[in-house]
Ligand binder design. Structure first.
Ligand SMILES: [Zn+2]
Length: 170
């Protein structure tokens, strides 16, 4: 049976779950601010950690410092994968690449816009499936459920500035 622990830091919740004998899943939901105290977390030893950041809504400068220490320690003796990184996290990674530490990013969200539905939406991009376009720092083409092609809703050269790091090429 999977053991689930939920840690509460005010507006941040961290779900800890042992998914396989040697893999621990950590899901961050909320805001990484000064409320996040990485030293208060005792994480069981594992060979790999999968960190899901789809629920990360904001991260400020104090949070970045704390997070960077936290993820660097996690990377020291284990394989760390960042999964479903939110747009907020990628925006920060473009300014402060250290927040990625030695982790491997498998997927992340990017902002798109549907001109037909007049709708803003975040689409999940994969560092394997969309590898080629991302290497060129160009937004992968995505067709909306309505049939229209989505427009990328940020500056490609800015949003994909750290593409090499995200793809693990650097
Ligand atoms: Zn549409």
């Amino acid at each position: 049976m999977n053991r689930v622990t939920v840690l509460n830091f005010d507006n941040l919740k961290i779900h800890l779950e042992t998914v396989q004998a040697d893999t621990i899943l950590l899901r961050f939901d909320g805001e990484i601010h000064e409320n996040f105290k990485s030293k208060q977390i005792s994480i069981p030893k594992a060979a790999s950690y999968v960190v899901n950041l789809s629920g990360l809504k904001s991260i400020n400068s104090l949070g970045i410092r704390e997070w960077s220490t936290f993820v660097a320690i996690l990377c020291r003796n284990a394989n760390v994968t960042l999964d479903e990184c939110s747009v907020v996290f990628i925006d920060q990674a473009n300014i402060v690449p250290q927040i990625l530490a030695a982790s491997k990013v498998t997927s992340f969200f990017a902002p798109y816009f549907c001109p037909q539905c007049n709708l803003e939406l975040n689409c999940k991009l994969s560092t394997t499936t969309h590898r080629k376009r991302l290497q060129e720092r160009r937004a992968p083409q995505i067709i909306h459920s309505c049939g229209a092609e989505l427009q990328f809703d940020a500056l490609e050269e800015s949003f994909f500035a750290q593409a090499d790091r995200l793809l693990g090429d650097k």
